[in-house]
Ligand binder design. Structure first.
Ligand SMILES: [Zn+2]
Length: 391
């Protein structure tokens, strides 16, 4: 029967084991302190007999260690060591995740956990809904207070039908056993969990939430950092924040409000510019060539959709549109409701001559050229080409 040392004592990182079986690169032992991963926490890495352990996984009741190039055989006594700095960071991350979610639940009682991920590079908890930064701030305060109060972290087992189960954060449908392992953090948090944790919360040092990103249909991922990493990141973010306040010309505590106002003004200005562009497009007057209404214009905008819609509309009414958009480069949009004008061949010819590109369909084509200073000449060339086709 395999002895899982990490379950008995999470602080053992050097141990002697006996090889029980070998399958190519994979080695099984009679006892192991290597956590095989599970519950969102990644597996440990380390060394066996001075050789790198590059992966650890569960297979039935066994735990397999991948040791490429080893020469071990059944019965060998082997000296093993888990990469402790890495593993200790994961333990801190896991205990922090319990506290962080517990803290979020205090502010947002209806919140549910979807999944967690604890690795050296990335630690996050996915929750089923968006949470405001004010609730995140409160949860973060709760976590860091719990760290300062140095609660002990203990494990126990409970019967699934124990009435006290009501006080435990658990998803019973995910647990097959009748016995549930419960992790208690002082008197502030109780949750079902089979993972590995620190003994006392003070060991975590600090926790910082530094990012919240959409996790699609799952909800939102709240990313956090622990220990020295949290401290280093806090200092970076604080520096960014004071720089931003300086640019805004506000006190740091007023900078969020100031940015919100700025964003509001900028959005409003964008809407005004959009409306002005729409008016310009609506006010375009056509030139009649060979009985066909030909619309043309040069617009400085990044609202391509308004221009595209205008070109579509002209085409549907049997007219021709030659519309240029000046931005970082010059783009051209051409539509034709007349079979006498082939947009694709006109654009290919004119844009090719101007050192750009163009193409598309007979009734709608697009093109572009890097140099925006040549817009007037390009428009004239395009209109001349249209005239030749219509007259
Ligand atoms: Zn857990």
């Amino acid at each position: 029967m395999l002895i899982r040392i990490y379950e008995q004592d999470a602080y053992v990182f050097e141990f002697e084991g006996k090889v029980t079986s070998v399958d190519n690169d994979w080695v099984s032992l009679d006892a192991t302190a290597f956590y095989p991963g599970g519950g969102g926490q990644v597996n440990d890495l380390g060394m066996i007999c001075g050789l790198k352990v590059t992966d650890v996984k569960m297979k039935g009741d066994d735990i397999l260690h991948k040791v490429p190039g080893h020469g071990m055989k059944k019965g060998d006594d082997v000296w093993c060591s888990v990469d402790w700095d890495r593993r200790y960071d994961l333990m801190k991350g896991h205990t922090s995740e319990h506290l962080l979610f517990g803290g979020l639940k205090r502010s947002v009682p209806e919140i549910c956990i979807v999944k967690i991920f604890i690795s050296p590079e990335s630690k996050y908890v996915v929750v089923d809904r968006d949470v405001g930064w004010d609730d995140i701030r409160k949860a973060q305060e709760f976590v860091n207070t719990a760290i300062k109060d140095n609660h002990s972290v203990t494990k126990s087992t409970m019967e699934k039908d124990d009435p006290d189960m009501e006080t435990v954060r658990v998803k019973l449908d995910r647990i097959d056993d009748d016995l549930v392992t419960v992790v208690e953090i002082g008197d502030v948090d109780t949750a079902a969990c089979g993972g590995i944790h620190v003994r006392e919360t003070e060991e975590i040092g600090a926790v910082l939430v530094d990012r919240k990103v959409s996790a699609g249909k799952d909800g939102f991922a709240v990313h956090f950092r622990v220990g020295n990493d949290a401290l280093v990141r806090s200092l970076e973010l604080a520096n960014t924040c004071v720089q931003m306040s300086e640019i805004l010309g506000t006190r740091t505590e007023d900078s969020v409000k100031a940015l919100q106002n700025l964003k509001h003004d900028s959005d409003a200005r964008k809407e005004q510019m959009k409306a002005a562009l729409q008016r310009m497009v609506n006010d375009m007057r056509p030139e009649t060539i060979g009985g066909i209404a030909v619309y043309s214009g040069i617009f400085e905008t990044d609202e391509r959709k308004i221009i595209t819609d205008a070109a579509e509309k002209v085409k549907n009414n049997g007219g021709i549109a030659v519309l240029l958009i000046k931005g970082d480069s010059l783009s051209v949009m051409m539509s034709s409701g007349s079979n006498r004008v082939d947009c694709s061949s006109v654009l290919k010819e004119v844009m090719g001559g101007a050192g750009g590109k163009g193409g598309g369909k007979k009734d709608f084509a697009q093109g572009g050229v890097q140099d925006v200073t040549n817009a007037d000449n390009i428009l004239n060339d395009l209109l001349r080409s249209v005239k030749n086709a219509l007259e």
